[in-house]
Write a protein that binds this ligand. Structure first.
Ligand code: ACO
Length: 325
């Protein structure tokens, strides 16, 4: 029998500190009304003296507990992030150490911005299905509060920090990841990027470059609606499913207007599309697994329900996957 990767546990973690739209009114020229109507975001959580690997580990631990799996059973750890603690070691290695996952397990990061979790899930699925790995911990996490320019009202209102995780198990039943698709188009890299920590060596004479996140908001918006629509069609077709089969669509939480445009295009009722952007903003790679964990813990899913994930992000990247829960 062929092997399928089943999600047997989910977890998430967000930092304690709330930053509301009213708090942002005191920092930049904006308004609660502008942010809410243009984005759907009311508040976000921000890390204070907490690292990416710390919040990733907390989400990972919650997923292991939900799955009833001990750290010693995990043989693969993949962390999706573009805000790692360090250039190296990988955030996944820090998580491995923090959670006491066995030495010798494979641990590495993937970078695909807001699509990162679905790239990591796709990667883990392929490792698990090809044999040799029986239990994988897959985490999406980002701390964009350290990447954005807090004086730029066009971007600082959009993001928050957070992490989500799933445990995959190699099984032979019908439940699990049905199909998964990942795509990139590097020719549009400059639509959405962040150099991060910028340094030069003594032989270079370049002017210092912008380290913070740069985004062409309107173009990103159009790209998101177009690619996520196409990605959903691709995944449904590859899985032999129709729109009516979707019990719950969990899209990347970037802007409520992007999500609503997609929902209307697919003619899905409100209760078949999960959103929590109001509480967390865009948590980048954390967004989908954080939403998925909330949906699971709120009892929104029953056995054998079809769940669709879809995301877009810097790169440009876009991805989707369908699971039978
Ligand atoms: N408060 C008040 N006014 C603002 C703010 C703000 N925070 N930000 C921008 N404005 C102003 C602009 O300056 C502009 O003013 P002007 O008309 O006088 O020039 C006006 O509001 C309209 O600006 P737009 O950019 O046209 O506003 P829009 O309706 O397009 O919304 C937004 C902007 C929210 C950024 C939207 O384009 C969007 O959501 N884009 C997608 C962003 C996204 O999904 N990013 C994902 C990143 S994924 C990853 O991989 C990191």
């Amino acid at each position: 029998m062929s092997v399928i990767s089943r999600i047997i546990g989910t977890g998430s973690f967000v930092p304690k500190k709330f930053v509301t739209n009213h708090d942002l009114e005191l920092m930049v020229e904006t308004s609660e009304e502008w942010i809410t109507t243009r984005t759907g975001i009311r508040e976000r959580r921000i890390c204070v003296n907490e690292s990416t690997s710390e919040i990733a580990s907390k989400a990972g631990r919650a997923a292991l507990e939900a799955a009833g799996v001990s750290p010693q059973e995990i043989d693969l750890v993949i962390v999706a992030t573009v805000t790692p603690d360090m250039s190296f070691p990988s955030t996944a290695c820090f998580v491995q150490s923090e959670l006491g996952i066995k030495a010798g397990a494979a641990a590495f990061d993937v970078s695909a911005a807001c699509s990162g979790f679905l790239f990591a899930l796709d990667c883990a699925d392929r490792y698990v299905k090809s044999g040799g790995f029986s239990k994988a911990l897959v985490i999406g996490v980002d701390v964009f509060s350290r990447l954005i320019d807090w004086t730029d009202r066009a971007t600082c209102v959009l993001f928050g920090d957070g992490a989500g995780a799933v445990v995959l198990s190699a099984e032979t039943g019908a439940r699990g990841i049905l199909s998964s698709h990942v795509h990139s188009d590097g020719s549009h890299w400059n639509m959405l990027y962040a150099r991060g920590h910028v340094e030069t060596n003594p032989f270079e004479k370049e002017e210092p470059k912008e380290a913070h996140l740069v985004m062409q908001g309107n173009d990103t918006f159009k790209f998101a609606v177009r690619t996520m629509g196409a990605a959903i069609t691709e995944t449904l077709e590859a899985s032999g499913l129709k729109t009516e089969d979707i019990a719950l669509l969990i899209p990347h939480q970037a802007n409520i207007r992007i999500i609503n445009a997609m929902r209307e295009r697919l003619k899905l009722e409100d209760d078949r599309v999960f959103t929590n952007i109001e509480k967390y903003g865009n948590t980048s790679a954390g967004s989908i697994p954080l939403a998925f964990d909330e949906a699971v813990r709120e009892g929104r899913l029953k056995e054998n329900d079809i769940v669709l994930f879809v995301a877009f992000g810097g790169g440009l990247t876009w991805a989707s996957s369908a699971i039978r829960w």
